[in-house]
Design a protein around this ligand. Structure first.
Ligand code: NAG
Ligand code: NAG
Ligand code: NAG
Ligand code: NAG
Ligand code: NAG
Ligand code: NAG
Length: 300
């Protein structure tokens, strides 16, 4: 019995795919557009299967803001009193920074619109009418921006009083990522694929999702085989057969677990769960709460 549980647990852990795609961007640069155009139709499927998309925006530093006023005065091209800055000839840096926040919130709140919106923005909106132009995308698609605006608002530290010296958690994250390049770049986990053609990128990505049998990847296999003189037309169907076989195995394991549980394996399962959740681990994660609790009890 134990043997089956161990295998089943191992399988469940294997099924969890954790892949990070990190895109570095610079506001003045539009070289991200081709990749975005290609990837926009594939993103949703990968996301549903465990892809984490991280954006890193290149922010400009204001060294003197710290020495002059310790980030306590407003700066035209900065937020956070100079902690985060942007610059362009046609709009203020503050407007650009607010747009970057808006884009991050689109990704967080309406991820299915992130690529379409940023493509639209890159094509249409990098000019003096930036804010109105941005709104048009949402008007055209009948989408309310309220949840996005709320996300932007909540990203500012509510304790600071003056609007443009408030610290901001999204911009702090960008700052920590230290993306200092002025061109777009693309990392799949720690692998730099910035210079790879889209087909190659998709292949690499699909390798990480090889057990998920994705539609996006089926297409890439087709493209690959047709360019390889059509002699390998069997590969896509073989892959599908493998995957359905796997699913049958998973189903059988699930059945076995259900049967074992019904036949008194319940206590065993409980033991295993407690065994893997080791006591010291929970102490490490909530030491403060535990400490507070003890102090309160002592006081009483
Ligand atoms: C993905 O990123 C998260 C958080 O940054 C990290 O915990 C995780 O280990 C990363 N996964 C991989 C496969 O690199
Ligand atoms: C990527 O997009 C370009 C146009 O933006 C297109 O010509 C090219 O075929 C696309 N590549 C793939 C693999 O879809
Ligand atoms: C994004 O744009 C593509 C192509 O224009 C379209 O097919 C798709 O439905 C759009 N996605 C959303 C969420 O609007
Ligand atoms: C948006 O709503 C208006 C009226 O409410 C409708 O005429 C229009 O077709 C809608 N557009 C989309 C893209 O759904
Ligand atoms: C990126 O730029 C910031 C500020 O300009 C600097 O503090 C940091 O060291 C740079 N990081 C790297 C990796 O170059
Ligand atoms: C896919 O599944 C096979 C067997 O089920 C396993 O050996 C392999 O490591 C899995 N690949 C990935 C990328 O998880």
């Amino acid at each position: 019995m134990l043997y089956f549980f161990i295998i089943a647990i191992a399988l469940v852990k294997n099924a969890k795919i954790d892949v990070n795609l990190t895109i570095g961007l610079d506001f003045q640069d539009n070289s991200y557009m081709e990749f975005f155009n290609n990837f926009s139709s594939h993103y949703s499927e990968f996301k549903e299967n465990g892809l984490n998309l991280n954006i890193a925006q290149h922010l400009l530093p204001c060294y003197s803001c710290n020495t002059r006023h310790q980030f306590q005065k407003s700066e035209k091209n900065c937020l956070g009193g100079g902690r985060y800055c942007q610059y362009s000839d046609y709009v203020s840096g503050q407007i650009i920074l607010k747009e970057l926040l808006f884009q991050q919130c689109v990704l967080d709140v309406l991820p299915q619109h992130y690529f379409n919106y940023t493509i639209y923005f890159g094509k249409q909106c990098k000019k003096s009418t930036m804010v109105d132009c941005s709104k048009n995308y949402f008007k055209n698609n009948n989408i309310t921006t309220d949840p996005i605006d709320e996300c932007v608002m909540n990203s500012f530290n509510q304790q600071d009083v003056q609007e443009d010296i408030k610290t901001n958690k999204i911009l702090d994250k960008y700052k920590d990522m230290q993306y200092n390049q002025t061109f777009y770049s693309l990392y799949l986990d720690s692998q730099d694929l910035s210079k790879s053609p889209y087909n190659e990128f998709l292949q690499q990505l699909c390798q990480k999702f090889v057990n998920a049998s994705l539609q996006s990847c089926g297409q890439s296999v087709n493209i690959e085989t047709s360019s390889n003189q059509k002699d390998n037309n069997k590969t896509p169907t073989n892959q599908k057969e493998n995957n359905s076989l796997e699913q049958v195995f998973l189903f059988i394991f699930a059945l076995i677990i259900l049967i074992l549980m019904a036949s008194g394996g319940w206590t065993l399962l409980n033991k295993i769960q407690f065994g893997s959740r080791q006591a010291p681990k929970s102490r490490i994660t909530i030491p403060k709460l535990e400490g507070d609790h003890i102090i309160q009890e002592d006081d009483i």
